[in-house]
Design a protein around this ligand. Sequence first.
Ligand code: FAD
Ligand code: 5PR
Length: 375
Amino acid sequence: MSESNGRHAEVAGGGFAGLTVATALAQRGWSVTLHEKGDELRAFGAGIVLWHNSLEVLKAIGAYEPLLPKSMVPPFYETRMHNVTQSKEDFWGLEWRTMTRQDLHETLVDAARNSGVDIRVASEVVSADPAGSVTLASGEVRKADLVIGADGVASKVRDSNQFELERTKSRDGITRLIVPRRKEDLGPGEWDNVIDFWNLEPRVLRVLYVPCNDDELYLALMAPIEDKEGSAVPINYDVWVESHPYLAPVLEEAAKIHGRYDGYQTTVLKQWTKGRIALIGDAGHAMCPALAQGAGTAMSNAYTVAVAATEAANADLPQALVDWEARERQITDECQERSAWFAETRSMAKGNQFTPQMLETARYDPTTREMISVG
Ligand code: FAD
Ligand code: 5PR
C-alpha cells in the first residue's frame, strides 16, 4: 500500500473499468471505496481478447504476471468465410492475449484488494453530484474528491446528471459461452488459433472461436436480432450445426448451457466529465465488439484518469478531468466508429481486417502515451 495523499475517491461499478481505476488510484495514495450493486463480485460474459493497450495497463497495476498462466497467445487470428480461410493475422507481433472474463475479473479483484481498495458488494450508487458525492440506495451520502462512474451501459452516475448522449443499436447480436475445448474431438486442424467462422449464405450465422487456455473455449455465436432461431437461447443446436458441421463437438457443449443473447450498442457522449465526476468504460463509451476493445479502452481510460486526477491539485481537479478527456478521447471515439462500421457492414468476414490503422487503439500504450508502429 502506498502512502496516503489525503484524498478520497468513490467508484461506482466493479467491472473491468471500476476495478482498474480503483487499483490505480489506491496505488497512488488515494483512499478508494468501490461500490458493486451485485451481491457478489463476478464477471458477466464469457471470454475476452486483450491487446497491447490494456496489457500495458495490467503490467502497470501488477495484474499481468498472475494472468499469464491463465491466458494464452493464439498463433493466429484466422478468418474464414464459408469455411474457406481468408486470412491468418498475427498483428506483426503486437502483443495480444485471450482469457476468460472470470480469470481477468478475479485477477483485478485481487489487485484492487492488495492495493487497499475498500470493495463493497450489494452497494448500489443511485446518483452522483458533480460537487463531489455519491448517494447509495441505502440513502447514505458519501463525499469524495473524485467520483468515477464505471457502472456500465445503464450508468446511474451518468443518468442522474443529464449527460447528453447518442445511442445506436445494431442489427446483430451474440450469444457468448465458455465450453470445454474438446480439441481431440474436433479432429486435425489449427485449433489453437482464434477462428472467426463467417457464414453469410444461406443465412448469417457466425461463430467466433476463441481458445482461452488449455481447457476453456470461448464461443461467440452471432445472428441477426430478427433471426429468432439463430438468436434463441439455449442455442438451437440443429440450426448451428447445419451451418458449422466441423464444430459439432463444441456446439454440442454450447447447447447444454443456457447462455444469454445480447444486442450491440454504441453510446457516444458529448462529454465524459462533469465537475468532479468522470465516466469510464461502457458508462461513457459503450461500443460494438468488432475490434474487441470495449474493455481495452475501459481499462486504458481508467488508468489515465487515475494518473490525471493524481497529478492535479485538488482544487483544479474538474479542469484536470476536462484536459484528460481532451487528451485521451480521440482514440476511443475512433475505435467506437470503426467497431460500429465493422458491425454494420459485417466486413470482418473478408479477413485482413486488422490493418495498422484498425489496430491504432491496440497499439497505444496508455502508461507512456506512446504508439507502437506495426506493418
Ligand atoms: P461492466 O462490465 O458493465 O461493469 C459495470 C459494473 O457495475 C457491473 O459489475 C455492474 O453490476 C455494476 N453496476 C452497475 N450499475 C451500478 C450501480 N448503479 N451501482 C454500483 N454498481 C453498479 N471488450 C474487449 O476489450 N475485448 C473483447 O474481446 C470484448 N468482447 C466483447 C463481446 C461482446 C459480445 C460484448 C457485448 C462486449 C465485448 N467487449 C469486449 C466489451 C466489454 O465487455 C465491455 O466494454 C466491458 O466489460 C465494460 O466494462 P465496464 O467495467 O465499463 O462495465
Ligand atoms: N471480437 C471479439 C468478440 O467477442 C466479438 C467480436 C469481435 C473478441 C463478439 O463477441 O465482432 O462481434 C464481434
